[in-house]
Design a protein around this ligand. Structure first.
Ligand code: GDP
Ligand code: MG
Length: 328
């Protein structure tokens, strides 16, 4: 009798260990999963269409009041008027029978809204120059470092211009990052001419015969006329030395939502070619991607999903919508 019990216990323990190993194999560690799939790190984004979404459309088919509630929740999620109108119209038109179908309709319409944007990073020009602009604290410097790491890993030879000469010790932050990535930084004097730093960086890249130039800039508040003038000058100087910058990327903090849009419009006038939305890991309002892109008619090219060097991902509509409309 005793033996039977022991054999049973041993068998159960063995089966348990096997099942545990299989389950961890399949899932990997949380860190690994997050690394493999930046969409997974959009944890807050999911909350947008959590239980609320199910309850709005799951109750009694799609009534007018359910549509109104949907509209309100989409507006609250920072999707912007145009995207909200189109999504609500699609739901009204297709009359989904339940929440699952509604989710499909919404997903399809969001995909249509995100389609047709050229999201690739353009690296033409000799050397290609990528300039980061945006207000203070949105994540420009961090994003320059992340992008340098990414380009480095892809075999480009990035070189960074620390053209934020306004903030004392701004380049210290950049030098620490650059050291970790293993890329060169061209610095100027504190309070010096940022355009001169940009120019020197382009020259340095050309002297080395290779490289993608990444220019970090200051982000003093854009209502101060001189910031815009300063940025224009940087772009002009680069344009004189080589081609126009191949990319002028507007860095925006996703957690500031639609209120960041007024500022963004000022920057857009500088000829911004792409948007990088940072801090998507820290917001429940992932819909802001759609809102910003539609309002500015400028593609979101990358998203920031954390403070680490590898927390920058090319924006991918499918991955993003999977996170946004996840059932989990
Ligand atoms: P800058 O003033 O525009 O250059 O902004 P910084 O690069 O100095 O970043 C400001 C703060 O935002 C820093 O604490 C960064 O670590 C943080 N940050 C930047 N990008 C992200 C992101 O994608 N997610 C999170 N959670 N924090 C970020
Ligand atoms: Mg900075």
């Amino acid at each position: 009798m005793n033996e039977v019990v022991w054999v049973l216990i041993a068998f159960l323990a063995f089966a348990g260990v096997i099942l545990y190993i299989r389950s961890t194999r399949r899932r990997g560690t949380p860190e690994k999963r997050a690394k493999d799939d930046p969409g997974r790190r959009l944890a807050g984004v999911k909350r947008m269409f959590g239980a609320g979404f199910e309850s709005i459309l799951g109750r009694s088919g799609v009534s007018e009041s359910a549509l109104r509630e949907l509209e309100e929740s989409l507006i609250a999620a920072d999707l912007g008027i145009e995207a909200v109108d189109r999504i609500v119209e699609a739901v009204r038109r297709d009359r989904p029978a339940d929440a699952g179908e509604a989710r499909d309709v919404i997903r399809a319409e969001m995909l249509r809204l995100l389609e047709g944007m050229d999201r690739g990073l353009r690296l033409d020009g000799t050397p290609p120059v990528v300039v980061m602009v945006g207000v203070n604290g949105v994540g420009k410097t961090t994003t320059v470092a992340k992008l340098a790491a990414r380009l480095q890993a892809e075999g480009h030879k990035p070189i960074i211009g620390a053209a934020d000469t306004f903030r004392p010790a701004a380049d210290t932050q950049l030098l620490v990052w650059a050291e970790r990535v293993g890329v060169q930084v061209v610095t100027g004097q504190s309070g010096g001419d940022p355009a001169a730093v940009a120019f020197d960086t382009v020259e340095a890249a050309r002297a080395r015969g290779a490289g993608v130039v990444l220019i970090d800039t200051a982000g003093r508040f854009q209502t101060r006329h001189n910031l815009m003038q300063e940025l224009s000058k940087i772009l002009r100087v680069i344009g004189r030395g080589s081609d126009q910058p191949s990319e002028v990327l507007l860095v925006m903090d996703a957690t500031t939502g639609q209120s960041g849009l007024a500022q963004a419009r000022r920057f857009a006038e500088l000829g911004v070619t792409g948007i990088i939305l940072t801090k998507l890991d820290g917001t429940a309002k992932g819909g802001v991607v759609l809102g910003v892109e539609r309002e500015l008619s400028i593609p979101v090219k990358f998203i920031g999903v954390g403070e680490g060097l590898d927390d920058l991902a090319p924006f991918d509509s499918q991955t993003f919508l999977n996170a946004l409309l996840s059932h989990e």
